[in-house]
Structures are given as structure tokens and as C-alpha cells.
Design a protein around this ligand. Sequence first.
Ligand code: 13P
Length: 381
Amino acid sequence: MAFSLKSAASMKAGVAGGRVTRKNCVAVRAGKFDEELMKTAKTIASPGRGIMAMDESNATCGKRLDSIGVENNEDNRRAYRELLVSAPGLGEYISGAILFEETLYQTCSNGQKMSDMLTAQGIVPGIKVDKGLAPLANSNGEQWCMGLDGLDKRCAEYYKAGARFAKWRSVVSIPNGPSTIAVRECAYGLARYAAISQNAGLVPIIEPEVLLDGDQTIERCLEVSEAVWAETFKYMADNKVLFEGILLKPAMVTPGAECPTRASPQQVAHATLTLLKRRVPPAVPGIHFLSGGQSELEATLNLQEMNRQPNPWHVSFSYARALQNSVLKTWQGKQENVEAAQKALLQRAKANSDAQKGVYDPASEGSAEAAQSMYQKGYSY
Ligand code: 13P
């Protein structure tokens, strides 16, 4: 029999007139969306599938378009995003797509809403709800993530528009410290966002990105990541976030981009699984890594290695750059290249789907493109 969270809440917190009271209730809650949140999270964390992150802000999307000589205007952004959401068969490998606000309300050339195109492919539409990063006063030149003001109302609107999950990306910089206030701010902001999203029926993706920038060793990255996730889970518990109804989006544990000692996929997988086992309760249904500037190939190989060892979660991907790089280069903004670009997307999506199942064969990769690093110092999303 399925364990009922409501009855757990009743046992722990007591029931008053049929209503669960939250007195003395530690991380156990009964919200009106609980069942739906757990179902959405399970659907996204389904075997052999992962998340396509296509929530670049208009400015960042502009930088990508610029790299292929395409002007950054609404028509071109729509054309590119339409190419992604309409790729035939994408739903076999992709379970969720994170959209930027513009895309959630955007219509494709056939008159269908982008979000409906996704739903028709069995892909859950999600939405980036943070408002980006700003300098954190009195820190070591670090940043904090904005967007809590009015978040409840925005989440309710996004739910009405068809979104069922949300993303909030905060960052932690290792070369800059990280300072106590930066880690705390990152963790507390994520916890508040998670609670607000869940109350509006959106599954929150928890993304404290430990940035690749710096010359730190893999061991130092593990140490910082442990500290960040410990605080994040503490504040999520304080804020009564339902762990069964969240998804995580961590950075893999790797050496910094400028560290002379590099790590093999086996070493990355070992360090990353060490982090997860020490910090993440098995109640969390899915872990979807960001690619963070790794090459398409590296991101796939590292994911594969993690799925070659037993672990209690669905360990998968939520890549932007590591799914889209070859696609953009193939497209070049030309209608006649759309089909080839969609094939390139399917190839990356399938490679990562195979890696999620632990059956990826690198020999199946035709081009050298996938091996190109996408790291950019100080990259902003
Ligand atoms: P990358 O995979 O490019 O690091 O994107 C991560 C991200 O936060 C998108 O949601």
C-alpha cells in the first residue's frame, strides 16, 4: 500500500476537526497540490528521459543566436525555439522542457502554443521563475538570486498557462570564497522559492550551481558542494518543503575549469555520487544535472558513469548547452537546415537517454563537434 503523506502528517502533527495542523511539524506537510506534485516529479523523473533546458533569457538567447550570425529578435527566437519543441519523437528522450516566460506564451507558426506542442509529445512544460543574479552587498564579490517578490502570483499565472514545474538558478563561486552569507543566501532563497512554487502546484527544481570557474581541485569542489547542499536541505526542511515533490539540478563535482589536474568520468562520478549519498535523502525522486560548460560528450560520459553504479534516485540530465550546441551550429538560422538541426537534437537527447540507462556507446558519435568544450569564464545564464 502506498504510504500516505497526509496520514504521516496526521500522526506527527495531530488532526483538528479533520484538518492537519502544522504545529511541531518538521518537513511534513499536507498541501492541496501534494499528490499532483509527486505525480509530476515522477513523470519527469521517468526512466531513460531527462530535461531539455531552453530557458535562456532573451539576452542570453541573443548571445547564442549571435554566435551563428542570427539577429536577436522575437521572430528568430521563436523560430529557434519552435525547432526545438517540434522535433519529432523528442518525447521518447525528454520528459520536461524548461521555458523562458516569453516562450510559455509564444505561438508556433502552425498556430499552436509552444507549451501545447510539448504536452502533445508527452513533455511537461516548465518555467524559469527567478529574475537573475545581482551583486551581493558585503560579500567577496559574489551574487544572489532575485525573484521572490510577487512569486506566488506569477507561479499561479504560470500554472494557468500550463506550466507544471519551475526552475530557480542560484550560484556559488568557489574562487570568491565562498562566503558564509553567499551560501546562506543561495540556500535560503532556494528554500523559499521551493515552498512558494509547491503551494502553486509547480514542482520546484532546486539549482544551487557551484560554478566551474576557478583552479580548485575536485576535492575542494566536493567540500563546497557538501556545504551548499547541507544548508539547502536544512532550509527546505525548515520551510516544510515536500521532498517527494522536488527535483534537484546540481552541478557535477569536477575540478575547476582552470585546475591543471583533470578528472576522468569515473572520478567525476565517484565524487558526485559521494556528494549525493552524503547529502540527498532518497525521498527526492530525481536528480537532473546541469552541464555548466562541459562539452556535449563529457556531459554524456559523466552521466553514463554515474548510472553504472547503484543509487537510489533517477539520475539524469537537465542540459542546455550540452543539448543545444550542435543543434545551433547545424541550424545556422536557415529554414532548409531545420530537419538536420532536429536530427542533431535527437542524437544528443538519445545519447543522454542512453547514458541515463547506462547503455551509451561513445562509438555511436559521428562528429568531433560533441567533444568541444563550451566553458566560458564568468558565463551568465
Ligand atoms: P547548462 O546545461 O548550459 O549549464 O544550463 C544549465 C541551466 O541552468 C539551464 O536551466
